[in-house]
Design a protein around this ligand. Structure first.
Ligand code: PRP
Length: 193
């Protein structure tokens, strides 16, 4: 059954974007491409974290679908936690003013921690989160991002596991949103404005 989000094509966003109109969306990654990639990432994680009982931390909201699928392929023991940050600026461009609005709940001291994120764009969010988690004294700290979007990167982000590398584009679906819509699409699309 098609996701109801599809009906939001070709509409304006008067409350948030004033004049922004989405003209359409181009399929970038299919269900199979995403599933193959997620499975491959999980296999790598299974090997690297054997015997380490890692804590996977999902960054809300965007990572919810990726994390859920990833964990279905992880066969080693692990724990899960979440955090959430908001980044100020326009929706399309973060100013680097990042605020933590929900912290992790598990103690991370001396634990092997893997941050799971949907996308790295400018880099401010992950930079902030890596610094924040590092203050909690984990034994190791790594980052797994489904998409590394490189063209607008302003700060260096050390990625350990990356699914897809893309140059540019406003991407939606599979957790990624535009003004809180399109998150539930099972594939990943590039919006056309
Ligand atoms: C997105 C994405 C990353 C962040 C990356 O989250 O999920 O967390 O932006 O941006 P950056 O590399 O440019 O700093 P967003 O702030 O849109 O919130 P969301 O996860 O709730 O959609």
């Amino acid at each position: 059954m098609k996701c109801l989000c599809l009906v939001f094509d070709k509409i304006k966003y008067p409350d948030y974007f004033m004049s922004v109109e989405v003209k359409g969306k181009k399929l970038l990654f299919t269900r199979k491409q995403i599933d193959d990639k997620v499975r491959a990432l999980a296999q790598q994680i299974n090997q690297d974290y054997q015997g380490k009982n890692p804590i996977l931390i999902g960054v809300l909201k965007g990572a919810f679908m990726f994390l859920a699928d990833l964990t279905r392929y992880i066969s080693i023991p692990f724990k899960i936690d979440f955090l959430r940050v908001v980044s100020y600026g326009s929706k399309d461009y973060s100013t680097g003013d990042i605020k933590l609005i929900k912290d992790v709940e598990l103690p991370l001291k001396d634990e092997h921690v893997l941050i799971v994120e949907d996308i790295i764009d400018i880099g401010y969010t992950l930079n902030f989160l890596l610094d924040h988690i590092a203050t909690k004294g984990p034994k190791s700290l790594k980052l797994c991002a489904l998409i590394d979007k490189i063209e607008r990167r302003k700060v260096e982000v050390p990625t350990d596991y990356v699914g897809f590398t893309v140059k540019k584009g406003f991407l939606v679906g599979y957790g990624l949103d535009f003004n809180e819509t399109f998150r539930c699409l099972p594939e990943i699309y590039q919006l056309i404005f």
